[in-house]
Design a protein around this ligand. Structure first.
Ligand code: FES
Length: 102
């Protein structure tokens, strides 16, 4: 499993999320208010909607379609209609770049 350079630290605003496509897959990269970075699968587990269009509040991401809620640190589904957790991926910051273990 390789570490992959996903984006620059500055590409993600604080308390926000961006979409990152790599290979055949799409991911979501989050930056918390404490400047920690997290990565999950990019699509909601309810329907195939990009979470990057959703709203980040604290450590939660709200899906833009039906307002399902996940904790983006653990991927845990927190509010209906989502019941399946998101997959999460380890991240690290190196030389101003966000690296993801895919
Ligand atoms: S598609 Fe995300 S909650 Fe329905």
């Amino acid at each position: 499993m390789p570490w992959v350079d996903a984006c620059a630290v500055d590409d993600v605003d604080e308390e926000d999320v961006v979409r990152w496509d790599h290979g055949e897959r799409t991911y979501a990269i989050y930056r918390s208010l404490n400047n920690e970075f997290y990565c999950t699968d990019g699509l909601c587990t309810h329907e195939q909607v990009h979470l990057s269009g959703g709203l980040v509040m604290d450590y939660e991401i709200e899906c833009p379609k039906h307002n399902g809620l996940f904790d983006y640190r653990s991927g845990k589904a927190l509010r209906a209609p989502v019941c399946e957790d998101l997959r999460t991926y380890e991240t690290k910051v190196e030389n101003g770049r966000v690296m993801v273990l895919v």
